[in-house]
Write a protein that binds this ligand. Structure first.
Ligand code: GLN
Length: 538
């Protein structure tokens, strides 16, 4: 069942195998017909995660990159759209001349080829099949895995099935959903080797015995996966249950693993670190859904690990900048304005930037958030009335953000933005240089618009500075007269890892902690702020 946490269970198992000295990679299979996740609405599917090669993929790949500490490529996200596209292209090219092209064997062969290629050169490949057993869309993938089982040696392949174990009204753990989904799997020729029960608490011994008996696995092959306050604790829990040891034994490689005392304890050390305090950060976006901004939440958490501070994220809806949303913005020690598309909620974002700039509140603007900071500066500091992005208002008299020149000829929406890792040159003596401790950085991108080169000189005339550039593209901005005002055209959140927090997030969090510890005494009052001429809504 989707949303159950099978990705986190799999990634956690992978983390432990990596701690034991193995090379681990992963493939996420998404049975939808979209070729990639790039055109999907974050409100339905969560954020679109961007890989270094520019692949726009399911957010689960972000979890694999963060848990396994690896960089993946778009080949690690297999979709129905991708397989059908290549099978149909091959058919048109005449590759199957004379044959009837069918799901079995042509589509299933393509699926197996993709998985084998992604696994090449590693010790382990975790293949996660999204969706629910029984979905029409996932059938070709499950069939491909069934074929795998007969083509590969027994000790090279394990099937792990994650199921929901709910509680009855009288507090009893129910195994029926597990029994039924295993029955469903067996009807298509798949017998799970390992069963993991997602439940509020650990599985009771009787529950494990019952699942084992009905699903035809040994009791030692049934594992618990209870709720935990933080997903980063799942590897610790999986280790406690011994799932990693069981996997290694079943695959006959336990003797190749590092002895327990030599395995890396880094993950445990990072996620159980003592924290000295809590800061509050306002995230000003338009999707009231944590998954829509997952990598930003994670990057804030990573900076928190590095600075030994808990981060509480206050949700501020940029479309509803009044009442409790306004109060939360005022309560926050720092403000993040994330990426996004389209005009809904952008006025609220611009108001939030202004509030941060005028009140010396640490500010981090990411992609659209960077563009909002440029527009705010143009309107409220330079007095360029109705300055805007051409994306949001085609008729604006001052398109300070304009379409990338190479985008003019592009009509297709899928995979056509400026995507993936690109290098930025950093000017010396700037906040950006201080943050990155380098004269360049390479971060991931996903945008169609940029700072209009015609406005650069004017924009830089009153305290705003573009301190990172890639040729004529403006990549980083900062404000000279502000404790921390930093915006990036790229998305640093996608490279952030628990043991390698993203530099802009760490810099931001340091400023946030400083402000939290010594709040400015001359903060503007509500009435001062509400009396500004243009009546901002904050
Ligand atoms: N919509 C903006 C653009 O296309 C920003 C994109 C983003 O925030 N990822 O340039």
């Amino acid at each position: 069942m989707s949303g159950l946490g099978k990705g986190i269970t799999a990634a956690s198992t992978g983390r432990l195998l990596a701690n034991a000295g193995f090379d681990v990679t992963a493939v996420k299979v998404d049975p939808y017909l979209n070729v990639d996740a790039g055109t999907m609405n974050p409100y339905e599917h969560g954020e679109v995660y961007v890989l270094k090669d520019g692949g726009e993929v399911d957010l689960d790949l972000g979890n694999y990159e963060r848990f396994l500490g690896i960089d993946m490529t778009s080949d690690h996200n297999v979709t129905t759209g991708k397989t059908y596209q290549s099978v149909i292209e091959a058919e048109r090219a005449g590759d199957y001349l004379g044959k009837t092209v069918q799901i079995i064997p042509h589509v299933t062969d393509d699926i197996k080829r993709r998985i084998r290629e992604a696994a090449e050169g590693t010790d382990f490949c975790i293949v996660e099949i999204g969706g629910t057993v029984g979905d029409i869309e996932s059938m070709p993938f499950l069939e491909a895995l069934r074929q795998f089982a007969s083509e590969e040696d027994d000790e090279d392949l394990l099937f792990m099935h994650v199921t929901l174990v709910p509680y009855s009204m009288n507090g009893e753990q129910k195994t029926k959903p597990t029994q039924h989904s295993v029955k469903e799997l067996r009807s298509i020729g798949l017998q799970p080797d390992i069963l993991v029960g997602r439940s509020e608490n650990n599985l009771d011994p009787e529950t494990k015995t019952k699942i084992a008996r009905f699903c035809d696995v040994p009791t030692e092959a049934v594992f618990s996966n209870p709720d935990v306050p933080d997903i980063y604790h799942v590897p610790l829990m999986v280790e406690e249950e011994g799932l990693d040891e069981y996997v290694m034994e079943r695959l006959g490689i336990a003797d190749q693993a590092l002895p327990k005392e030599d395995r890396s304890q880094r993950w445990r050390e990072l996620v159980t670190r003592d924290r000295t305090g809590t800061v509050k950060i306002a995230l000003v976006g338009k999707y009231a859904l944590e998954d829509a901004y997952m990598s930003i939440h994670e990057a804030l958490k990573h900076a928190g690990i590095e600075r030994k501070t808990d981060v509480e994220v206050l949700w501020v809806d940029s479309d509803e900048m009044h009442d409790e949303h306004r109060d939360r913005l005022r309560e926050a020690d720092g403000i993040v304005v994330p990426g996004g598309f389209g005009s809904r909620g952008t006025d609220g974002k611009i108001d939030a930037v202004r509030y941060a700039r005028e009140n010396d509140v640490p500010f981090l603007g990411l992609c659209l958030g960077f563009q909002m900071a440029v527009i705010e500066h143009a309107r409220n500091v330079l007095g360029l009335e109705d300055a805007n992005s051409a994306e949001l208002d085609e008729e604006t008299p001052h398109p300070v953000i304009d379409i990338l020149p190479e985008q003019h000829e592009i009509d297709d929406m899928g995979g056509t933005m400026r995507l993936g890792a690109h290098e930025t040159q950093i000017e010396s003596g700037t906040l950006a240089e201080n943050i990155y401790q380098s004269d360049s950085c390479t971060e991931r991108h996903r945008h169609r618009y940029e700072v209009n080169p015609e406005y650069i000189d004017q924009l830089e005339s009153e305290g705003l500075r573009f301190s990172g550039t890639a040729g004529r593209r403006m990549e980083i901005l900062e404000h000279e007269d502000h404790p921390f005002f930093f915006g990036t055209q790229f998305h640093p959140e996608f490279r952030s890892r628990p043991d390698r927090a993203s530099p802009p997030f760490v810099g931001f969090l340091e400023a946030v902690i400083d402000r939290h510890e010594a709040p400015p005494s001359d903060e503007r009052t509500d009435s001062d702020y509400d009396n500004t001429e243009d009546e901002v809504t904050i």
